[in-house]
Design a binder for this molecule. Sequence first.
Ligand code: ATP
Ligand code: MG
Length: 408
Amino acid sequence: MRINNLPQEFKKALPVIDKLNQAGYEAYFVGGSVRDCILNLPIHDVDIATSAFPAEIKEVFEKTIDVGIEHGTVLVLHQDESYEITTFRTESTYQDYRRPDHVDFVRSLEEDLKRRDFTINALALNAQGQIIDLFHGLEDLQNKRLKAVGIAAERFQEDALRMMRGLRFVSQLGFDLEEKTQAAITTHAPLLSKISVERICIEFEKLLLGQNVQQAFQLFIATDCFKYCPELSDKRHLLRQMSEILRFPIEDLSVAWGLLIDQIAIDSKHQKAFLKEWKLSNQRIHEVLLLREALEIIKQRPLDVLDYYQLNETCLTQLFYIAPFYDLALSKESLLNQYRLLVIHSLKDLAINGNDLMRALNRRGGLWLKETLAHCERAVLLKEVANEREALLNYAQEFVNLRNKTAD
Ligand code: ATP
Ligand code: MG
């Protein structure tokens, strides 16, 4: 197969390949970009593989950065882009079911393509637009089939992460897992326990955000991969129920995690610990927990002014995205409008602060101050008092008087 009109991303990078060719080396576009080009999908990172050894790559180009020279990867800066150029390599002796012990640089493209995970990822494209397809990757692309290169069982024994990569490609591409590949994943799923949570999480998140999440999620369960992911091992039944509601793509990562903790019934006390086990960032955890709180409310009743005040625009947008999974129809415009219409959005917006209150009421700080401010805040939100200094100070004085009386 020949690609006549190379996509812009490749055209831009052609001089890099040409330079290597002129210096006497082979060089090809490889990996996801070739696959995505044939599928007419957007291309993100353009990876280049070459027969030149790292030191030789560095001789050919003026501007290079060593990003992983021990693995044969050199970053080449060309115009305003950077390209990862990796020497053809074989990987050997995977003693721990993850990452090879060491890599050997080789001069043969075939050796390099052989060590790749799936046939659709083992295509190479040369400067003339010719596809090199040694493992029937084109046929598999055509048939929408995800098939391991060579003997599937061996490939997953070498690197167990490939199983999770496989499931996420199913989700992203909507391909079927080839029978032997699926059988090998099911047999070797326990090896996932050797892989770090962080690396599993990257693939799992891509799986959750893929266009065909339902299909992939069902395979995640059917192959037993879920059993070797944090805190999921005893959740087969709940995960299966969850797979039923995944009828459309998930828009956002916090929505994905929010759905997961809700569907597998992680109670509020353990939600944070669950998300921490997955090594999510504090920022992500915060977003997910807030979304979950909003979801709990919206399942019962519409949000009121005080609810809106606890939330923010990001959370409300996520609430809009999560709602259809519960057959709730929310309007994003309306949610955001309600929020924007709040008289204040934080205590900072209140026309008085703690100092104003202490001065006006001639009192020192203490619990009364916190309570009075909270009372004013609430009253302003509920439009019981205007957000104006004089009105609020009077309102606060009344509240403090009343508070003192009840204390007597
Ligand atoms: P994406 O579009 O998400 O970047 P990708 O296929 O390009 O998908 P990368 O992680 O960027 O994935 O890897 C680039 C290429 O390197 C893959 O297409 C594949 O050929 C090879 N590769 C990556 N990870 C592995 C692995 N664990 N085992 C074997 N080959 C791999
Ligand atoms: Mg890639």
